[in-house]
Design a binder for this molecule. Structure first.
Ligand code: XMP
Length: 508
């Protein structure tokens, strides 16, 4: 594998994706990981990401000098390049004008292994306020640009390479070629990695780690925890037990579907806890969104604990954490907007020997591919994301059993109509929200005073930003008509045309 060492750059995920596009497996780790630990992993190469900081800032992320002395090829990108220069006693300084955007750069050393098959001049993407002003001993400059005379440097004997620009973004014309040169010519990667080797390798790793011990998994019915559970099940069979806490705020019939798939199709040890009433009691009178999230997150943990205690000693906990979760919940270096309850959510005092997170380095589409290869039904693999707190954060205001049923019905109709129109894989996420607003309507000869349902659809690739989906009017019309006619207590349907930001995808 190749390691992408994260220094807080916004392009970290993108670098990992580009590496895997070259059929080279890669992992992402925080810059805080000690070199001693990294050395054990036999990485073929290490890529240092960019980052928003300046190397001179005391608080900015640094690395040990030993990182560059392992004999493993290193490619520093942007901040990573500056850090390499700084750590090895070169010099870094501010730019007279910070460079941002598409910039022309020139390869000044045609022999450089990093720039093979890259023309003398081409476009690259620059985004920096600092730059390398003096290369460390043993390095030579291999590329320049108008305002950045040291756009790239290398020390081939030590296998150290650095570029000030971003080869991972599309604006860098020959970026992928540069990454390929690093991976294949310098790191000598084979480029034979495919998803099935990830599965084989992961199953083997789980077997080695777990041996004959027991694993407990919190199954939510979402794509991630399902794929993680099936993967672990493939590795250790009946030594895996899954607890599925049904908090009563899942989509229509979802609880039963989960039970059927895992118990019948996969023959897994599955315990379903029907805790709907319990959760409703705790949520009575609560209207504050964060409070709802806390209550459900907390309740989920307590229910899970109580159930797992009945099982006796379990050694490992399996979780379906995927890479974007790691970033979104601020385990990486980015900010937290909402408290997600399913990430790092279970307390450490549950007494597990360790945690198993087989999908921690994967992106969503990769998780789906693993799921498909493992034989998980299509409708589960392609299930859109669903928040841990479920419909609780799609019912504004107080939650009641009646409101849950109303929303479940409205949401099921909307999803059915979107699927009928063949749009279910095209819209990233779509659902109904039960607003707390009632308005006047007329049905038959009578006045009504009922709830407003809001429909929401978004187009996004990473769920960090999203555009409202342009769902065809006739699909919206059909959904609206059916919801009003078939769902009691609803007399108005609206469509949410706000993007993220400024709105979030969920309403709470
Ligand atoms: P927001 O509303 O923050 O949602 O724009 C971004 C994505 O995250 C999902 N989401 C959650 N997922 N637990 C989850 O597992 C949560 O508490 C949670 N809150 C939001 C949301 O559905 C969207 O896909």
């Amino acid at each position: 594998a190749v390691l992408v060492l994260d220094f807080g750059g916004q392009y970290c995920q993108l670098i990992a994706r580009r590496v895997r596009e070259c059929s080279v497996y890669c992992e992402i780790k925080s810059y805080k990981t000690p070199v001693k630990e990294l050395a054990k992993k036999n990485y073929k190469g290490i890529i240092l990401t960019g980052g928003p900081n300046s190397v001179y800032d005391e608080k900015s992320p640094h690395c040990e000098k030993a990182l560059f002395e392992m004999g493993v090829p290193v490619l520093g990108i942007c901040y990573g390049a500056q850090l390499m220069a700084y750590t090895l006693d070169g010099k870094v300084g501010g730019c007279e004008v910070s460079e941002y955007g598409k910039t022309e750069f020139s390869v000044t050393d045609a022999e450089s292994p990093l720039f093979q098959q890259v023309p003398k001049t081409s476009a690259c993407w620059m985004s920096h306020t600092d730059r390398i002003t003096e290369v460390p001993a043993g390095f030579r400059v291999t590329a320049d640009s108008k305002s950045c005379p040291i756009s790239a440097m290398e020390n081939p004997e030590q296998k150290l390479y650095a570029v000030q620009f971003h080869p991972e973004v599309q604006h860098t014309e020959f970026g992928q070629q540069i990454l390929k040169n690093f991976l294949f010519n310098i790191c000598e990667c084979k480029g034979d990695w495919v998803m099935s080797s990830f599965i084989e390798q992961t199953i083997q790793e789980i077997q080695e780690k777990v041996g004959n011990k027991k694993v407990l998994c919190a199954l939510s019915g979402g794509v991630d925890s399902s794929v993680a559970a099936v993967l672990v099940h493939k590795a250790i069979g009946k030594n895996l037990t899954c607890i599925f806490v049904d908090h009563g705020m899942l989509r229509k019939d979802e609880g039963d579907q989960v039970e059927t798939i895992f118990r019948k199709q996969f023959d897994m040890n599955l315990i379903r806890v029907n805790a709907g009433e319990q959760f409703l009691r705790k949520l009575q009178g609560v209207t504050d969104p964060e409070k709802k999230r806390k209550i459900i997150g907390e309740g989920f943990i307590r229910t899970f604990e109580a159930e797992s205690r009945k099982l006796g000693k379990m050694d490992f906990l399996c979780q379906g954490t995927i890479y974007p979760d790691v970033v979104e919940s601020g385990v990486g270096n980015s900010a937290t907007i909402k408290s997600h309850h399913n990430v790092g959510g279970l307390p450490e005092d549950v007494g597990f020997e360790g945690i198993i997170e087989p999908l921690r380095d994967l992106f969503k589409d990769e998780v789906r591919e693993v799921g498909t290869q493992l034989g998980i039904p299509e409708n589960l693999v392609w299930r859109q994301p669903f928040p841990g707190p479920g419909l609780a954060i799609r019912i504004l205001g107080e939650i009641t059993a009646e409101k849950i049923a109303t929303l479940q019905d409205a949401d099921a109709i909307f999803r059915e109509e979107v699927a009928n129109a063949g749009l279910n894989k095209k819209i990233s996420q779509y659902f109904a929200v039960l607003t707390n607003m009632r308005s006047v309507g007329v049905m038959g000869d009578g006045r009504t005073y009922d709830y407003t349902v809001a429909l929401r659809g978004v187009a996004t690739s990473d769920f960090m930003t999203a555009d409202w989906a342009r769902i065809p009017y006739d699909v919206l019309e059909k959904s609206s008509e059916r919801i009003i006619n078939e769902v009691k207590g609803v007399n108005r349907v609206v469509y949410d045309i706000t993007s993220k930001p400024p709105a979030t995808i969920e309403w709470e």
